[in-house]
Design a protein around this ligand. Structure first.
Ligand code: ADP
Ligand code: ZN
Length: 722
């Protein structure tokens, strides 16, 4: 009899045994649909000996598979990656497999999808909801669910609009072929420094083996141009290339750049895709037809038929760390995927993570340097403004020297960028009369005022309320005070002090779709913007030749809270945003506003001494036993009921293992003691590298049961310490 073991798409289950129906064939890696109780469940045929080789189920209890899905089998290197990720991050293998097989995998790519789009006709009966929905949808097209999300209305409203004829059905094919990228379409004329780096990457791709290459080049050195040569080498060899980006907002400009180099846009993969695009992309990736894929971290687990190279751009970015579901770090998993697939992995960054530099220093990663900007552009000068001496005017946030700098740029027709990593108008709102501070009902966090929308919003859970006219606590009218600056407030200040300036606020609120991001870029390139006020969204990727001044509104902000990476993160952020200045022929200037000009990280930035900063930081980590010299893990226990969460944490604490060279701190209320309505307690574990950390945690937690309302989340190599 033909029986198989399958890993199924269910977080609570290990592998299950099934019978292969007569006449079907289900070799290892086959994608299948299997019965589970009354349900149908996707899965993959897996090796018997994986996941601790559970006892097989008796022949008499085997059920037949429903179907072997006609897509290419999941290859062994990806199966090994699923196992490794599950094991390393203590995540259910079914949850990891979900990233390989999203819903799109099971949808028949040959069947067209019915989408809807506006006809321009107005329904006879127009409601305010319908008006707003049609306006928000505009010329875009999608399935009912997507249009409901775009229009911010229920699906019933969309269906109503279809019935009235305001929206019409269009049949869209999901299996149109993608155009073929052409490696010879428009290759750049590389500088000799770039050519040497490109040669090394091309050789690594041609060698068809695993190697990690750290492409360490200053901002504007041409890292993108250089790693595109590795991609060209991969497609020349008939293989696929994957480029991971830290933000969706960066995909759109990157698609355009790739189109200029290879003659057509690459295949995009991120959470903003329409379902038809998702289906088309998944199947083209699995068949090998999608040659170049540019995507967010979720693109890492897709079943590439024939991978030739992986590039992680801006590899130091902490947004590569996934903070819910499977807590994986896409940079680290990318290196593991390269290892299993036997292909090179390129980590590109101007400010590599200390962990990556350490690997290069130990000779485990190859290091490729691009120390100068392309085309003779100079690195910008960096100066500090000591806010304790050069005080901004009362109620303002920008020192006169910075405002003068912006004004000088205005006169010359150049552009300025003000960086402040705080969305909204003000991070805290309080009542002048009773002192009440507006806090999120679901989180230990202040509500942030957004003046554009006249709302108070929580940046952790998405809670929003209209900004009240009078204090909700004491009833006093017009007594709310905004405390501290956000980007909107800085934009107001610029408009007030330099009324002639055209100001654009660039944050995830205003650049919330690839289309909006593209409009922003076009406006800046057309010089319709004089001053950009932005969060970290604008610190990377963008190339604006007329931008010659960068002002960092509060260089100390990242050092607050003081977790282990605060110094490094500040260095990276400021160096990245500084890298936006003077990328064309005109020199750039950077002004850092700070209250601590002597803090090591600020002093290093001003002196342009990256090596000194990194070596001091490395020493500190070594002494603290912090990564990469030691390891951290965190365990968060949460429940909607505070007492239940605390009891569960104490119960876990009572079983704390006693392991040499492994220090367990807690349980203690997490710094974010309440998040999205859940009370949180935390353990922090610091261990020497020699300790089998995952095994210690797995054994510890396995012995303890909890009520159903309790969630226990383990974070290996955490980046967030809240
Ligand atoms: P990085 O990624 O290191 O910040 P980019 O690859 O974005 O640098 O390059 C900076 C700018 O210089 C881009 O506009 C890029 O097109 C241009 N550039 C870099 N190298 C070359 C080259 N060899 N030929 C033409 N333009 C180049
Ligand atoms: Zn909240």
């Amino acid at each position: 009899m033909n029986r198989v073991r399958c890993l199924v798409l269910n977080a609570a289950l290990g592998p299950l045994d099934y019978r292969v129906p007569h006449g079907s064939d289900a070799p290892l890696g086959s994608v299948v649909v299997a019965p589970l109780g009354p349900r149908r469940l996707g899965g993959v045929v897996w090796e018997d000996e994986s996941f601790g080789a559970p006892e097989p189920v008796g022949d008499n209890r085997l059920r037949n598979l429903f179907e072997v899905v006609p897509v290419p089998p999941i290859r062994a290197p990806l199966r090994r990656l699923v196992e490794w990720t599950s094991d390393y991050y203590l995540a259910p293998p079914g949850s990891v497999l979900r990233m390989v097989l999203p819903g799109a995998a099971f949808a028949d790519a040959r069947r067209p999808i019915v989408e809807y789009r506006a006809t321009g006709e107005r329904p006879a009966r127009m409601t305010p909801q319908r008006t707003v929905a049609l306006e928000k949808i505009g010329a875009r097209q999608g399935i009912v669910r997507e249009l409901a999300a775009l229009g911010e209305v229920s699906e019933a409203v969309i269906r109503g609009l279809v019935q009235t004829g305001a929206l019409e059905a269009v049949s869209v094919s999901a299996d149109q072929p993608y155009p073929e990228p052409d490696s010879a379409f428009a290759p750049p004329d590389l500088s000799s420094e770039q050519a040497a780096a490109a040669r090394q990457l091309r050789d690594a791709v041609a060698a068809r083996g695993f190697e990690t290459l750290l492409l360490d080049g200053v901002t504007g050195s041409g890292k993108t141009e250089v790693y595109m040569e590795a991609i060209a080498a991969a497609i020349d060899a008939g293989r696929q290339a994957l480029v991971l980006l830290p933000e969706i907002a960066l995909t759109e400009p990157m698609l355009t750049r790739f189109a200029a180099r290879f003659g057509c846009e690459p295949v995009a993969w991120h959470s903003g895709l329409r379902s038809v695009e998702r289906r088309r992309a998944w199947h083209a990736i699995a068949s090998g037809e999608a040659k170049i894929v540019v995507g967010a971290r979720s693109a890492l687990f897709l079943p590439y038929a024939n991978l030739g190279v992986i590039v992680v751009d801006e590899a130091h970015e902490t947004s590569f760390k996934q903070e819910d579901g499977v807590h994986y770090h896409a940079r680290d998993v990318a290196v593991m995927r390269g290892h299993f697939e036997q292909v090179p992995v390129v980590l590109a960054s101007a400010t590599p993570a200390l962990e990556s530099l350490q690997m290069a220093e130990s000779g485990i990663y190859a290091k490729i340097d691009l120390p100068s900007r392309y085309g003779g552009a100079q690195m910008p000068t960096i100066e500090t403004i000591d806010l304790t001496e050069e005080k901004p005017p009362q109620g303002m946030w920008l020192a006169q020297r910075l405002v003068d700098g912006i004004e000088a740029r205005l006169e010359r027709g150049e552009q300025s960028l003000l960086f402040l990593n705080r969305r909204g108008y003000a991070p805290l709102t309080l009542c002048r009369n009773c002192g009440f501070r507006y806090q999120c009902p679901n989180c230990s966090a202040w509500l942030v005022e957004h003046r554009f929308t006249s709302r108070l919003a929580c940046h952790h859970c998405g809670h929003e309320a209209p900004a009240p006219k009078s204090c909700t606590e004491c009833g006093e009218p017009d007594c709310l005070v905004a405390c501290g600056p956000g980007v909107e407030r800085i934009a107001d200040e610029v408009a007030e002090r330099l009324p002639q300036a055209r100001v654009f606020v660039a944050t995830s609120d205003t650049l919330n779709s690839p289309g909006r991001a593209a409009e922003f870029i076009a406006a800046v390139e057309a010089r319709e913007v004089d001053v950009i006020v932005g969060t970290q969204l604008v610190t990377k990727g963008f190339h604006f030749p007329e931008l010659t001044l960068v002002g960092v509104v509060d260089a100390d902000l990242g050092l607050e809270g003081g977790d282990l990476r605060a110094g490094e993160r500040t260095y990276q952020q400021v160096a990245q945003v500084a890298g936006r200045a003077g990328r064309g022929s005109k020199p750039g200037e950077v002004l850092l506003q700070t209250r601590h000009p002597d803090a090591p990280v600020i002093a290093a930035l001003a002196a342009g001494d990256r090596d000194a900063f990194y070596s001091a930081e490395t020493e500190m980590r070594r002494e603290a036993g912090a990564p990469p010299f030691g390891r951290w893990a965190s365990i968060i226990i949460s429940s909607e009921d505070d007492a239940e969460a605390r009891e569960a944490a104490n119960r876990i604490g009572a079983f704390r293992p006693d392991v040499a060279e492994c220090m367990i701190l807690g349980p203690a209320p997490a710094p974010m003691a309440l998040l999205r309505g859940r009370y949180r307690y935390r353990f922090l574990i610091n261990a020497r590298r020699s300790v089998q950390l995952q095994q210690v945690i797995r054994r510890w937690l396995a012995a303890i049961d909890h009520p159903p309302g309790v969630r226990v989340a383990v974070d290996i190599d955490p980046y967030s310490f809240v």
